[in-house]
Design a binder for this molecule. Sequence first.
Ligand code: AMP
Length: 215
Amino acid sequence: MNIILLGPPGAGKGTQARYLVENRGMVQLSTGDMLREARTSGTEMGKIVADVMDRGQLVTDEIVIGLIREKLETVKGAGFIFDGFPRTLGQADALATLLAEEGQELGAAIAMEVDDEALVERITARSTCGTCGEVYNDKTKPIPADGKCTNCGGTEFKRRADDNEESLKTRLMEYYKKTSPLIGYYYAKGLLATVDGLADMAAVRAAIAKVMDEA
Ligand code: AMP
């Protein structure tokens, strides 16, 4: 089954997506990860993308749709998790077309609800393991004292360049202006489900599993 994880920055989309990859053999398609990879490539496109991302704005539909198209044509697995895509109505329409071309369907668009204050707290305290992507939080889940990732033993940790209060304000504004209309869009298609993104991790996992099992 293919699902979309929908929600503002810091809602926990990436964390839940990684869990589904490990436990259900699904394939995570994160346009944020693809773009972060593109920005390290040194190409002209990479430079433009880096600038837009650091300011917290959205990269053009054309670029992200191109990235998703390439993955859908080449990657196979037990269902895709669209993480951070689509973020505009144009991207949502393009996704519907791309899935239809591949003979695939969307099972659910799962909106993860979180209030803004919690997002700011989560994001400004966030770091990830450079090896496996495990997410840490300075207050609620600090990097272990021995400096080793609890998941993979990796010793390098990163903070995202756009995880600062200034860029986050723009990212939230972009979310409300351009991405939140997708909630109505998927509701109208009969595909919307909502989960409480502030519940503890196990409860969020269970809520997502229930949506998928019932879809
Ligand atoms: P994320 O890792 O999903 O938080 O994305 C990080 C940044 O990458 C965003 O703030 C945007 O600048 C860019 N980005 C990721 N996905 C998209 C998308 N679907 N459309 C436009 N920009 C995106």
